[in-house]
Ligand binder design. Structure first.
Ligand code: PMP
Length: 437
């Protein structure tokens, strides 16, 4: 069966076939497999600025940005230079370096709620550590998360929501024993009542509420007015810690993270993506008092052979030091304005039900008649088939979007007027194709 799509092309198809023989599904992270949109994934050779290039020589304007880290654009010369210089000194030492302190100092200077930070190797590790820390610090075992929020593939956080906050967690994957998710409560994002209910029943047992301050794993859904403030108040009333999973939002929605954007201070923050500038880095931060609960100062065990990896620290320092002053976000804002206004205009021209949501340098595209999308069920009600068609039309016209209607999109400071214009030309053709269906 031949694909109706031109791209990616025969070399990608061949590499995918080879990969599928030696790797489950041919990919090392599921969403890369194009499972949601169909077709063969593009295999990438290189990337520069706003563009990514596949092995068939196709050039795409990229809105994946490695799923978030690339806010400066791909292969930023300062970041590459920092990594190359550091690599020449040796890859890792298993002993402290000044680089780790330099990145920690940068993080502490940029994020209000963070006085002390522990480096780890991924967003998953960051949220796993944040969870253990909250349980160790409070001596409580229950945790509350939100349906449609994703915190990495941590056993206790891979939970499908039951019918409400008061049901027991159901394992979200085979291999996660019921016992591991028994203390995981699931509430509805942007529905404070569902959180109140959970606290009414389990208040004294809840160690923490863990939330993506802007939900970025159910497309892009900002918190509704009062939601984050409400979580802060409920946690304070009941002695639970508020954990912001800012793996995606950290340094992306604002140089001071979502907590600065919304003015709500969490107790613990999980970071990833931008903090490592494209290298495998995560981090957990909070007040010195809470963070000192971690080993070696405290009893909560946490460790990592490659944690604080010199190349990751070098890339993180180069990236964050450029994000810090606000110039990167200032440059991105008007470009994203143009992009989203242009998309709306073209969708309207072709009569395609469509809307966008954005915070800082992340955004979402929704195929729906709704004016606002604020809950998981609203996201699930959007037209995923229209998205898949749009995705492939965009790919064929040289724009690389995340291959899922449930992923947020990312723009960088390298998305100049040329990149935006090319995106909008592609979108015009894509919406036209959708309107013919
Ligand atoms: N938390 C959030 C909010 C994320 O978006 C992700 C990854 N997309 C993670 C945690 C997990 O991070 P990683 O894939 O680096 O383990």
């Amino acid at each position: 069966e031949t694909s109706q799509w031109q791209r990616p092309g025969p070399r990608s198809a061949e590499l995918f076939e080879r990969a599928s023989r030696v790797t489950p599904g041919g990919v090392n992270s599921p969403v890369r497999a194009f499972a949601g949109v169909g077709g063969t994934p593009a295999f990438i050779e290189r990337a520069k600025g706003a563009y990514i290039y596949d092995v068939d020589g196709n050039e795409y304007v990229d809105y994946v940005g490695s799923f978030g880290p690339m806010i400066l654009g791909h292969a930023h010369p300062d970041v590459i230079d920092a990594v190359q210089k550091q690599a020449a000194k040796g890859l890792s030492f298993g002993a402290p370096t000044g680089l780790e302190t330099e990145l920690a100092e940068l993080v502490c200077s940029m994020v209000d709620s963070i006085e002390s930070v522990r480096m780890v190797n991924s967003g998953t590790e960051a949220s796993m550590t944040a969870l253990r820390l909250a349980r160790g610090y409070t001596g409580r075992k229950k945790i509350l998360k939100f349906k449609g929020n994703y915190h990495g593939h941590v056993d206790a956080l891979l939970v499908d929501a039951g019918s409400g906050a008061l049901t027991l967690g159901i394992p979200g994957s085979p291999g996660v024993p019921q016992a591991v998710v028994e203390d995981t409560l699931s509430a509805t994002y942007n529905d404070l009542d569902s959180v109140v209910q959970a606290f009414d029943t389990h208040g004294d047992d809840i160690a923490c509420v863990m939330v993506e301050p802007v939900a970025g794993n159910m497309n892009c859904v900002p918190p509704t007015e009062g939601f984050l403030d409400g979580l802060r108040e409920l946690c304070d009333q009941h002695g639970a810690l508020l954990i912001f999973d800012e793996v995606m939002t950290g340094f992306r929605v604002h140089p001071g993270c979502a907590q600065a954007y919304y003015g709500v201070k969490p107790d613990v923050t999980a970071l990833g993506k931008i903090v490592g500038g494209g290298m495998p880095v995560g981090a957990v931060g909070g007040s010195a008092e809470i963070m000192e609960t971690l080993a070696p100062t405290g009893p909560v065990y946490q460790a990592g052979t490659l944690s604080g990896h010199p190349l990751g620290m070098a890339a993180g320092i180069a990236t964050l030091s450029r994000v810090k002053g606000g110039a990167v976000h200032d440059a991105i804002a008007p470009q994203l304005d143009k992009l989203l206004a242009g998309l709306d205009e073209r969708a309207a021209k072709h009569g395609v039900p469509f809307m966008t949501q954005r915070v800082g340098a992340m955004f979402g595209m929704f195929f729906t008649d709704a004016k606002q999308v604020s809950r998981f069920d609203d996201v699930a009600a959007c037209d995923t088939e229209a998205f898949s068609r749009f995705f492939h039309e965009m790919l064929d016209h040289g724009v690389y979007l995340a291959p899922s209607a449930f992923e947020a999109a990312f723009i960088s400071q390298a998305h100049d007027d040329v990149a935006i214009a090319r995106t909008l030309d592609a979108a015009d053709a894509a919406f036209a194709a959708l309107s013919r269906d």
